[in-house]
Design a binder for this molecule. Structure first.
Ligand SMILES: NC(=O)c1ccc[n+]([C@@H]2O[C@H](COP(=O)([O-])OP(=O)(O)OC[C@H]3O[C@@H](n4cnc5c(N)ncnc54)[C@H](OP(=O)(O)O)[C@@H]3O)[C@@H](O)[C@H]2O)c1
Length: 361
């Protein structure tokens, strides 16, 4: 498990970054740039490239790695595990996050995906066929329990630092919003139990649309309601406080809705996801921070002119990690070259709050 002492010591070993590069996460600290592992083919070559990129990032000053059991058919989790073991960095200095919700394949896409899901998950009783949405998504407690065990094994870890329920808005395709909140609460109860057992330290919700769309959008979920459900779950299982600590949502120059769309009811009216999360004491990890690579090629000139960084990708990363309320911007990096360039973005100051606001005026 990432510890307070080891993450702060890691920060001290990397004290040559710009101000605010390291930020609080629980009692520890994390770099405001993290490694993502979503994209890329499920091949041995890509595994090897990810391995070297992750080792480079970990040894260079980035102590956050984000993955999910379904990414690249479990290959990403497995390579994250190998890279953490091989990097010259203590495991306790690294915050490792993964996610469960999408039924994962195993190493490669099977010839008959439906038959695979049936034999591996339905016939074995891990998933009730009625609980599957679109044949591939489930947040039932017993399924997440199974997935958490598989993730621990893939990663070779005793404890996952942050376990996300992956894209819960997928459930809205088959269920009403209140039913999805109930399902989330049941999932959270199981995660609170696993936290009490020491298998995970924190949990959260990773989303693609839920928290950044307006209230009347079909994929909308209310962050205040989700937080309430986490508090209720902790109470039900007898934990003194909830282990719900983080959310993930896309955020970049072209997808700034988590900052601009006020869809979450705070004490004084509607708030953006970022602002609500900040006031609720939650950590926000941004995904698609460079728009899946596009921002390395194109960015509005007026925004780019305000940002520090030697390369366009660095400037794009620095936009994402400048947003108020953001703890860490995740960037998929599958080559040593990209890892080096992206870590170097942290040598530049992010925008201050006023300068960031000015981008939207
Ligand atoms: N709903 C969710 O929970 C969700 C959704 C999306 C993403 N995520 C998480 O967030 C992470 C980041 O998002 P993402 O990977 O989708 O998109 P991203 O970080 O915006 O972009 C990653 C892409 O940019 C390329 N890239 C990286 N550094 C570069 C550089 N310096 N110059 C040019 N290109 C560069 C990468 O190529 P190489 O791979 O070749 O380096 C990759 O193709 C994911 O990896 C995942 O961990 C979560």
């Amino acid at each position: 498990m990432a510890t307070r002492a080891a993450t702060w010591a890691y920060r001290d070993d990397h004290d040559d970054f710009a101000r605010t590069f390291f930020r609080r996460f629980g009692s520890g600290v994390v770099s405001s740039i993290g490694v993502g592992t979503y994209l890329g083919d499920p091949t041995d070559e890509r595994d090897a490239a990810y391995h070297d990129a992750i080792v480079t990032a970990l040894e260079g000053g980035v102590n956050v790695v984000d993955t999910a059991i379904n990414y690249r058919h479990q290959r990403s989790e497995r390579v994250v595990g190998r890279a953490i073991a091989d990097a010259d960095v203590p495991r306790e200095a690294v915050v490792v996050a993964t996610k469960g919700g999408f039924v994962p394949f195993d190493g490669e896409r099977p010839a008959d995906p439906g038959a695979f899901v049936q034999s591996e998950y339905v016939d074995t009783g891990i998933v009730d066929a009625d609980e599957l949405v679109s044949g591939q998504h489930c947040i039932a407690p017993q399924f997440l329990d199974d997935q958490l065990d598989r993730s621990l094994s893939n990663l070779g870890l005793d404890t996952i630092d942050c376990y996300y329920v992956h894209n819960p808005e997928t459930q809205l395709a088959d269920h009403g919003r209140d039913e999805v909140y109930d399902k989330l609460e049941a999932a959270f109860e199981q995660l609170e139990r696993r936290a009490a057992d020491g298998d995970l330290n924190h949990y959260g919700v990773a989303t693609w649309e839920a928290f950044r769309v307006p209230k009347d959008h079909e994929s909308y979920l209310s962050l205040p309601e989700v937080v309430e459900r986490a508090r209720a779950a902790a109470k039900t299982v007898g934990n003194t406080a909830t282990h719900f600590r983080a959310i993930q949502c896309p955020f970049n120059v072209f997808m700034a809705d988590a900052f601009t769309v006020e869809a979450h009811d705070g004490p004084d009216g509607p708030q953006s996801a970022l602002w609500f999360a900040h006031e609720a004491g939650l950590n926000v990890f941004t995904s698609a921070s460079i728009l899946q690579g596009r921002l390395a090629n194109e960015m509005p000139e007026s925004v780019e002119a305000k940002l520090d960084g030697e390369t366009r990708a660095q400037r794009a990363i620095n936009f994402a990690r400048s947003a108020p309320g953001v703890t860490c911007s995740l960037v998929g990096m599958g080559s040593v070259e990209h890892a080096k360039e992206n870590v170097e973005a942290g040598r530049y100051e992010p925008l201050g709050a006023d300068a960031f606001d000015a981008v939207f005026e």
